[in-house]
Ligand binder design. Sequence first.
Ligand code: ZN
Ligand code: ZN
Length: 196
Amino acid sequence: MAITCICSKPVNPSAPNAPIWEEEYCSTYCREYDARGLEPIRGDIKTGLKQMSGIFYMPNIDIPCDYCGVEFPLTSARGAESNAQFCSRTCFLQVSNLNIQRSLVHYTMIKILLHNRKFRDGWLSVSQIDEVMCRSRNFKSNSRRISQFLRLWVSRGLLEKKVITARHTEFRISNVGINNPIAKVFVEMIPKKVIK
Ligand SMILES: [Zn+2]
Ligand SMILES: [Zn+2]
């Protein structure tokens, strides 16, 4: 069943540039707009020109960068701009240039778990994570690889695990991950390359 966003666009987490973990809104922008109870800005107030009173603008929304924590404006423009997670390319490169294979796949999984901890009950099984990861064109379903990722991040303290039965374990982001800029915590937990 198709879900419609507050902006009346369809919610499609598999769309290019959409956050694959977002199942209730079309974009990060719309989630923040709704959560903060924002309203469109009337044109004459924004521009100071009386003749603009019939035009409405969607406000920019300041959100903290996933890496440096400094706030930057999220815009209502479609695509990547309404889903930005980093204030700058420099901050994005901190995550994508890491000394681990496919660091963005690791990071995406962490973001799925963070989203779930913030807006749902927090715990996810390997198959639930796999289902979300499969919305990305860059990821082929592989529960064994996901299990390896999860074990690594449990051992580093970014995730917690809960054993339900011998065949069923669930995972969630630890408090370290919800109380700090997530990309910064993630990057700092990766061992640094030895520089010769
Ligand atoms: Zn929307
Ligand atoms: Zn930043």
